[in-house]
Design a binder for this molecule. Structure first.
Ligand code: ADP
Ligand code: MG
Length: 364
């Protein structure tokens, strides 16, 4: 049996946070940073795992079920369980994982791992399926095996990425439309400030945001906030907290569509303004930011970023900003200083670009 190698990137969401499970819109890019899975099938009924980042020595049976596998191995095991549950072939062997996607930083190292495992397994079994099916199977593994109730954005972004394109995703139809996003042509870069505050305690908060959105949908008599139409919608939600949660989702969906238009117009000042508004909405209405993250956003804006916002599910992770290329070094130094002055841990600052999506490497 031949060795196969598959790679899948992490992602940055430019705008559209917590909209995926509300069947709204988001606009991620796939990153150049990616996870590689080297799979040597051996025809047994077990998978042996090694990860350069998370350590050696774990294995699980192809028949493993939710609850059977602990630690990071649950991600590959979940994908393989979901693949098998959907009626596809799986084979045993050894998987070696390595990655340059920061782990637990909101850049979706989890989806990168899932998609790389899934593409490697499909290549080994000569199974073909379209990308949205791959995304759904990976998501099912994360939701029902790992137990993380995440939406579909991370997998769709990792699978569909294109160089210098953002992806306008409509989660109602799961359609993905590439939108030109060539910042270098406009003298700009996407500067990422990783707070290095892992979003560890976010699972419960994430679930409670989902519950707020579901409760409000029931109050409004719709199956999803995407179906909400008409005037004075917010007035119909009595619960004050739920009302703000819904306001974030509805305004955020509009900001995603406006951002796609701004990109098409090459209007990056407008895009920056929409990013800044998105952050305020996440901070005040959805309440998923932290003082540490807010400080980074304020610092970037005060030093001349066109826009800045937290990206990812919240409670830590990364802040992204649109910055003139000529100012990157000065801006990085100023933000790092502001963060140190406020007593928070040192950030990692890097420039991100929109890169290609997941792929099987033809030459392992
Ligand atoms: P994020 O997706 O934002 O990076 P998550 O908490 O969703 O954060 O996923 C991170 C988890 O995914 C890690 O704790 C680990 O279990 C698993 N993981 C991601 N990348 C790797 C890797 N290269 N090797 C092993 N496990 C990984
Ligand atoms: Mg994740």
């Amino acid at each position: 049996m031949n060795t196969v190698v598959a790679q899948a990137p992490g992602r940055i969401n430019l705008i559209g946070e917590h909209t995926d499970y509300n069947l709204g819109f988001a606009m991620p890019i796939a990153l150049a940073e990616r996870t590689t899975v080297r799979f040597e099938p051996d025809g047994t009924d077990r998978i042996f795992l090694r990860s350069k980042e998370e350590g050696d020595g774990s294995s699980f049976a192809l028949s493993a079920r939710p609850g059977d596998v602990e630690g990071w191995a649950a991600y590959p095991a979940g994908v393989i369980w979901a693949l098998s549950a959907a009626g596809h072939d799986v084979v045993g062997g050894t998987m070696e994982v390595s990655s340059d996607v920061p782990i637990g930083a909101g850049l979706s190292s989890s989806a990168a791992l899932e998609c790389a495992v899934l593409l490697a397994m499909n290549a080994a079994t000569a199974t073909t399926m379209d990308r949205s099916t791959v995304a759904r199977i990976a998501q099912r593994g994360e939701n029902d095996f790992v137990g993380a109730p995440t939406g579909l954005m991370d997998q769709l972004a990792s699978l569909n990425g294109e160089p210098d394109r953002a992806l306008l995703i409509d989660f109602d139809s799961t359609s993905v439309r590439p939108v030109e996003f060539d910042l270098s042509a406009h003298g700009l870069v996407l500067l990422v400030v990783n707070s290095n505050a892992a979003h560890q305690h976010s699972t419960g908060e994430y679930a409670s945001r989902r519950e707020s959105c579901n409760r409000a949908s029931r109050t409004l008599g719709v199956d999803s906030l995407r179906r909400v139409q008409g005037q004075n919608i917010l007035d119909r939600i009595e619960n004050e907290v739920d009302r703000r949660r819904v306001r974030h989702i509805l305004t955020e969906n509009q900001r995603v569509l406006d951002s796609a238009q701004a990109m098409a117009d090459g209007d990056f000042r407008r895009l920056g303004a929409l990013m800044a508004q998105s952050h305020v909405s996440m901070r005040d209405d959805f309440e998923i930011t932290t003082p540490h993250i807010d400080l980074i956003v304020d610092s970037l804006l005060s030093h001349g970023a066109l826009g800045a916002r937290m990206t990812g599910g919240g409670f830590g992770g990364c802040v992204i900003s649109l910055v003139p290329a000529a100012h990157v070094e000065a801006m990085s130094a100023s933000v790092t200083e502001d963060i140190a002055d406020a007593g928070f841990p040192a950030p990692t600052v890097f420039v991100a670009r929109a890169a290609a999506g997941a792929q099987v490497c033809t030459d392992p």
